[in-house]
Structures are given as C-alpha cells and as structure tokens.
Write a protein that binds this ligand. Sequence first.
Ligand code: F6R
Length: 609
Amino acid sequence: MCGIIGYVGRDSATSILISGLRRLEYRGYDSAGIAIQHNGSFDIRRSVGKLNNLEANLQNGSIEGTTGIGHTRWATHGRPSEQNAHPHRSGDVVLVHNGIIENFLTLRHRLESEGFRFESETDTEVIAHLLSSAIKRGRTLDVAVRQVAHDLQGSYAIAVMSLAEPGRIVVSRSGCPLVIGLNGTGAFLASDVTPLLSHTREVVFLEDGEVGILQESEIQVFDPEGRPKSFQPETIHWDAEAAEKGGYSDFMMKEIHEQPQVIMDTLRGRFDYETGEADLPDLAMTKEELLNAKRFWIVACGTSWHAGLVGKYLFEEMVRRPIQVDIGSEFRYREPMIQQGDVFIAISQSGETADTLAAAREAKRRGARVLAIVNAVGSTLSREADGIIYTRCGPEISVASTKAFTGQVIALYLLALHVGRVHEVLTPEEGRWWLDRFLTLPGHVEHILKQEKSIELIAHQYAQKRNFLYLGRGINYPIALEGALKLKEISYIHAEGYPAGEMKHGPIALIDSEMPVVVLSPKDRLYEKSVSNLMEVRARSAPVIAFVSEGDHALDKVADHVFHIPDVHPLLTPILFTVGLQLLAYHIANSRGLDVDRPRNLAKSVTVE
Ligand code: F6R
C-alpha cells in the first residue's frame, strides 16, 4: 500500500521526506519519489525499487527547498516504473496519491480529448490534469481540490503543491487515511502517523471530503462544503513500531482487521450495476474465448489453494462449467488433460510461488489461457499471465495469509459472476442480486470483528490442547482446511480439516474429550447433515466449538461454544467463517506466547520447489 509524506517549514524538506519515506517502508513499495518546490519551480526525482535508488538519484545535483511531498508506490494501475512513480505533474501542479480512482478511464478519455497528454499508466495522473485545468481557470489550489473531488469516484488521499502558491501544501482524502500535524519548525502530513512521530505527537486525522491547507506555522481544515472547521489535535502515545502496526500488537491482527477494506477495494470499480455484470478488462479475454473454453482449471498452493477450492463451488453454481482445482506442486508433475483454449486460473498472493508458476507455465505450454489472481503487482506471475485480476490487499506482511485469502475469494466471486453472465447462466437481475450481496460483505466482516472478545475467550480455554479437528461441508470444507492450516502454522498445534461427512470413514477414531472439534454449520442444504456429524462428535465427549448462522439456536445446548455469523447466502459464508477462524487461531497462538507474525520454519514467499 502506498505511503505519503509531506513537509512545509523552515528546514530542508529533502531529508525530512526521505526519513519519512523510510518510516513508511514497512507498507511495501516498488518505487518512490519526491517533489520539492523551490524558487518558482519543482524538482522531481523518482526511482524504481528501494529508497537507496532514490537517494542515489538525489546525489545528481543538489535539491534545495523547504516545501515538498514524497511517496512510496505499491503499483495498482500500471507496472512499477519511473513514469508511473509519484509525484505526478501537470502544468503548475504536482501531487502524490494513495487509493484507486475507479472512473479514471472515463476521465482519461475526456482529458485526452481536451488535449492533455498522459505520461504514465496511472489513475493518479488524471487528478493532476484535472487540478491543473481548474487552476488555469483561476481557482485557488484548495478550491480546485474540492471541485475536482466531485469528479472522482473511488478512494484517495492526496497531497498537492502549486507553483502559484509557494510554501503551501493542500491535502484531502476520501476512503484513505491522511494525518497532519504541526510543530515549531513546520507542518507535516502522512498516510499514517508513523513518520510524524519523530516531529510531533499532536496530530489531526482528516475526515472524508475535508480539505487541509498546510503552511509553515499554520494548518487550516475545511469541511466538504468549504467552510473552515475547528479541530482539536489528538495526542498519539504509540511508539514507532506500534504505529507501523496501526496500534495493533502485530501485523497479523492488523491484516485481519483490514479485511472489510480489502473486500471493498477488490470490488471497487469492477462491476456494472445496470447490467449486473463484473467489469474485468485486465482479463483480456473475449466473450467468445470464454464461451469456447471447454474446461476451467484453478491451481495454487496453501491458503491460495483453499481459495481456489472455494472457487470450484462458485463456478459450479454460478457458471455451470466443468472446473478442476489442483495443488501447484502436484499439477506440475501430472499429465493433466488440459486442452487448447482451456482457462487456467493461477492464484497467488506473492505471484512468486515456484510450484504455482511452474504449473502456469506448463498450462501455457499446453495451449491454455493463463489468468492470474494475484496480489503483488509486477510479480513474475502477473508478468507471465495472459490476463489478471489483482486483489487489492496491499502488502501482506504477516507470514500467515489472512487478508490475501479474502481478496482472492472476492476476485473469484467477480470472476464467477463475469463468466456466469457471459454464459447466460445468470440473468442481469441475478447479477445485480449477487452484486448487492457482495457489497454487504464488508459490513458483515466488521460485525464479526466486533465480536472478537468472545472468540478470544474460547481460544484461552483450548490453547493448551495438542490436537484440533475442523469440520465443514460443501463450500465450507475448504474453510475447515484453511482454519486448520492457520492454527497449525502459528500455534504449532496439530490440526486437521476434514469434510464432515467423511469423518465416519476414519478420523472419528481420534475423537475423545481431549480433541476440540470446530464445526462449521451454516443454515444451508447440508445443515441437518452437519448437525448429525456434530452429534457423533458430541457422543464421544469431544468439546465442540460450533460456528453457525445468526438466529440458529438449535445447537446452543449441544455445543460447548456457539459463535454466530450473519445469516447470508451459503456461497458467501466462507469469508465470514474464515475471519472467525483466523481470530481463533490468532488468539490461541497468542495465549501460547508465540510470535504470530513470524512462525518458525515458514517463509512468506516460497520461491523454491
Ligand atoms: C498460509 C500461507 C501459505 C501460502 C502459500 C502460497 O498462511 O501463507 O500457505 O498461501 O505459500 O503462497 P502464494 O499465495 O504467495 O502463492
């Protein structure tokens, strides 16, 4: 996720910006840049890769000035490159931006027809041109920012400078955080408090639609209608390490809590409500190609494979086409019956997993069309695939995957909707119905996160057990696998995920009072069957932790603990159960005093076979 920094004051801006960008490195980035305003001009420096490259670039001629903005970019629109790195300039305006402008293509076409030339592939450059055009029409920078905001759909935090207004930085936000602060030497802005803490602990978090003007000894804030707003700075007590984690004790917890935003970001701008269709231009596949595909394949590893298994159920219900899901390390050594024109979907957070890459290359060699669902822009998988859906999760730092899984499942919902509409399995009304349901998910996840305390209490009771069994059926069988994987990775407790109906064929022999069993039992067509499985467990004295739909109290007296998830369509339950199981695994590992972010023996990206 990109980082923003800015300073206007008495001191040299460059060193403040660079040290601020260093503090933002933890957010992940692929390029960086700064712009300094000095003597009626901008000095803009941008470099691909690490900040050292930017610092080397700064050695080429001195860069003076006490007003500047800086940015670390995590690519979303356009590959990592110097042209795509921020700041972006148009005329007398230069800006940095976090977020996603959904309607950037429409705006870009409009601006191109008005004669604006684009130098980057980014969505950000449209904002620069819109602001420059407003300023040419005589607007002050703050008024221009407020007016341009009306044209923008999506999310943004921006910091802007204009040559016409030296010694000033204007900021605004909608849906992305932006924080500002003042000390005796100047005013500061950033995308989170981390880089501000060495300068001031008194900060103001801008609200959506507000505009701030920063000058050396003054900060002004205006409401969305342009009226001056009085504000009371907040005092931040976190140290820098806690600030990187947004105040959470570790990245895993922060990333679990980012999931409502991940869902929204991954859906953002990717559907047409009128037609009930998903809009996925980067798939680069025509309707005919999708219609002619005989078979769909999904290949991935670990947690991404579990997302792929969820995808199988989605495709079977929403697309009604044959689909096969494989583990990367198995697929590459089989003789898969893949045919010319088949669609091969590779899922990967990192885009660098050796087994997934090898499988995708093999599929391509056999004539399949390779689509990637991937988080890391510019990764090997994203470069080698024929088409892409980026999950917009931002960098996932904790080794155990949480938000990336959620982003992947959301991308699969969109893909299933897209292909289902192309195949006319879904009508426009049904497409709209699904879109409405997808958009409720962030709220439902928030609801689960608010009940974290009750999961924590359950976790404390079972943290010293040596084995766990997770049972699920249908689309929640992969979630049983994912819940068990999360637990074993970070708590080192042996855990198995099993299809509940398969229990009687073996694992039931393991069940006794020392084996907690987590049962996923939503109100779906398999509900009665799941309850029977639960009874079999209960009869063998195992402690039962049941995850059920809201309003279902039938299991209250049967299970030892019942956790309710919102009552949603069965195909949407996987995300909600997963969040609950992530919290359970997290709190069990935490009570065992383990480092959840860096579990032993595991690497974030498995680039070897
Ligand atoms: C589990 C986990 C791993 C990854 C797997 C694939 O929490 O993180 O199982 O899911 O190594 O990685 P990607 O998605 O990067 O291909």
